[in-house]
Write a protein that binds this ligand. Sequence first.
Ligand code: ACM
Ligand code: ZN
Length: 641
Amino acid sequence: MKKNFRNNCFTKRSFLLVCFIAFFSFTTFYAKAGDSISIIPKPLTVQVENGHFVLNNFAGITANTSNEDVKQTIEWFTSQIATSTGYHLSTKKSSNGISLILNKKADTSLHDEGYTLKVTPSNVIINANKPAGLFYALQTVLQLLPPQIASVSEVKNVSWIMPCVEIKDVPRFGWRGLMLDVSRHFFTKQEVEEYIDQMARYKYNTLHLHLADDQGWRIEIKSLPELTKVGAWRVKRTGRWGTFLPALAGEPTPDGGFYTQKDMKEIIKYAQDRFISILPEIDVPAHSLALIASYPNLSCTQLPYSVNAGGKGYERNDNVLCIGNDSTFSMLDKIFTEIAALFPNPYIHIGGDEAYKGFWDQCPKCQKRMAEEHLKNVDELQSYFVKRVEKIVELKGKKLIGWDEILEGGLAPNATVMSWRGMSGGISAAKMGHHVVMTPWDYCYLDLYQGEPEGEPPTYGLCRLSDSYNYEPVPDSVDEKYILGGQGNLWTESVPTFRHAEYMTWPRAIALSEVYWSAKSNKNWSDFVSRLEQQFPRLDAANIKYSRSMYNPIFEPARIKNSDFGVTLTSEVKGLDIYYTFDQTNPDRFSPKFDGKPIQFPVGATQLNVITYRDGKPIGEQINMPKDVLIKRLDQKRHVY
Ligand code: ACM
Ligand code: ZN
């Protein structure tokens, strides 16, 4: 009896203990589920509720419409889910399902791309006015599921749960783009499609392909076969871009490639299925060496050239079309006829940047054109060119967009301006009532260094993750209605592989996705960093390369009165421990720790080695900084390399 009583008592107590533990883990779990909502770009409103939805093998996805785009979206989603979970979602009615509802009566506050998403323990309900909104809601659903959902192969033993939540989400801008330069380095159709998938995660809707430049012509134009027979190919060089030897006489040209129109149709369809539109760019009148190499009569000098392989030894400026030659315009008419027929995007990007105008000054044909058209200078000649090209493009039913140099000499009547040399071109264009896409280089150029150059593959300039994140595309002086949105631009001179294209793109383009999608009032750097850190396991699961330079040390040299100079060590991510050595050894957490006061080079020291730690573990890369590099930076406000 006693024994029994004691046992009984023990059982009751253990029962209570188990209940307590269960309750504790339950509440902790829900707190965690709430914490784990780290969607990027940040939705307009997020209301976390109690409970969770379990996605299991009996779950389904259904829609209230037979719309083809919605069908396609369901196919895309079920295939994503099958890849990582192994579950084959039913598209018939199911008790625990995802319901896609295309609003019969539009909710005007959601516009064309917004959505509402309600996750309850028994179902997930998504509403949108257009299929795009349903697609973006499902991208959000993927971000609510555990990171292994992004895996490229099936993952076992994961509980595929998502927290109950109510979300309303609408993008700030309608143009949310990335530009990929496929001329300087060619990326295959499959790589471009992978890039599209990566963009779609962050709700981008425009992929601008830079299809023609001095280093390669990348799109089949059936009426002008030389463009891809000659212009798509160059001699093979490897190493540091800009230092390569030009082609030797008779040297083979195996490097390059191009998309056939069939390839491009497939890319366009692949992108459309992810609500991304491909914007084609044919860069003229400059950056046209691949075109000139194929058809040498199109330049003022008519000299023969090879496609540039990324080197010196070329007449670099002689990459400009002759504006006095009517063949230039008949050639462009043929090109834009085929481009307009191929690409559904309402715009054609005609480049227009960085033209050296000296050849036009010397060219009898260009001079004759100027006289006939009463053009006062070569800026006006360039403007004549752009206006004439705008007429060609408009006759094909398209709108013209160009880099901000198209403002020089007078903007074409309906042109949209892509502002890259800062914001000022965009501001001028908007003040004239033209539409603008903002891509100022110092915030939006994904080819720039993203951390100290001593820790990065060689390139130029500087655009840190926080620069991209803190960028505001609408200047105070401008009416927001003229700013269509913005882009991140990846020029690929120093990007020879697709893995490196990923490294340069992510996470800066994740930051930019929030700039272009999220409400300005919802942006916050430290909140962004903590959400971004939740994205990294997703990128890992998807085998996407990305930069972790935000964890690396930053060196800020400054003169100290009556003395030499001191160095302040910081990092973009706050709260890291920073350790350093001057004796050329590798610092670790037992080395001197930076305490906020500028440090000075001891006599004889020539290098400062620094590493960052968090919670006792290294988190950034060690950077070895030569003293003379810091001295050079001393008088520069913002160092440009
Ligand atoms: C450009 O970066 N030249 C548009
Ligand atoms: Zn000329």
